[in-house]
Design a protein around this ligand. Sequence first.
Ligand SMILES: [Zn+2]
Length: 346
Amino acid sequence: MENLAFDAVKDLCTELGADITLVQGAGGNVSFKHENDFWIKASGTWLADANRSAIFVHLDLKKVLAGVEAGTNDFTSAIIENIGLRPSIETSLHAILPQAVVVHVHSIHSLSWVVRTKGKEQVAERLNGLNWAWVEYVRPGLPLTRVIQAILKEKPETDILLLANHGVFVAAETAAAASDLLNEVERRLLPPAQPSRQLDQTKIDALAKMLPHGCRLPANPMVNLLGQDPRFTELAITGSLYPDNVVFIGPSFTSVAPSDAQALENALSVTPFCTIIEGMGVVLASNCSESVEAQLECLVLLCPTLPDITELKYLSNNQVAELLNWDEEKLRQALDKSRQAAKKGN
Ligand SMILES: [Zn+2]
């Protein structure tokens, strides 16, 4: 019974991980509880890999909850089966939710609203009647868990959490019920599309001819719209709207003029090893990782759903620095680098 339920969770992970509008790269996480057994996605692994490799860390739920009470975010001592990976940075939050299946994604539909200054009111109109709660932005990990503990104390029936500048959590007793709930939230949060440019292939062809040695164009041609639509360029280089943008793309995503070879060389030699070429598209250096590319895809899906920049709330410099200086996020970046190196070695 427990195995069947867990298999259904893994199938759900594979399904979610294959949908870029829900999960981008190593983002998002899923957990499953059965009595005192607690499985959660390991940090840095991809949900899409759930049925082909070990992505779950098996933990002792009581020990994790005791750790949360004691104020730790290191759950190494609660690991039952060691697969050589650390549990997700969101472990404490998954643990305190009482439901058996907890799903967290940075879906385009949820991001589109949670990055807006009036996001809370706009979400309230759309999720009316559901057991949802709005969570103001705090750094993921224990600080976020503490805020959600307080919400659950007030409203224990909550099974949907909309996290400002971050994403969405849904919780249910089975994988099927969690999937249904997520679908319902996604359906209600479908954002209206703003007018945007059509992809211009002639500009991509021109960009291909001027590529510096060893560089490439994005695997998904649509990513080039980040350069071709001036509104998208502005949205992308103004700052970060959510943590994974900070962690993988970094605090300084740039755009360069097509004629400025020096600026292009400079931009490609530092994180995120890719840059926007104004009016044309996006160029990636050879060491630009798959996670960065997944984040670029996320941005280009998000941009057409975003309102004017004045209606958006970007993460502050302090919030960005807090993420970049946090050891857990440094670990995620290191895991991404080693994943990329292993791919190259294959
Ligand atoms: Zn997250």
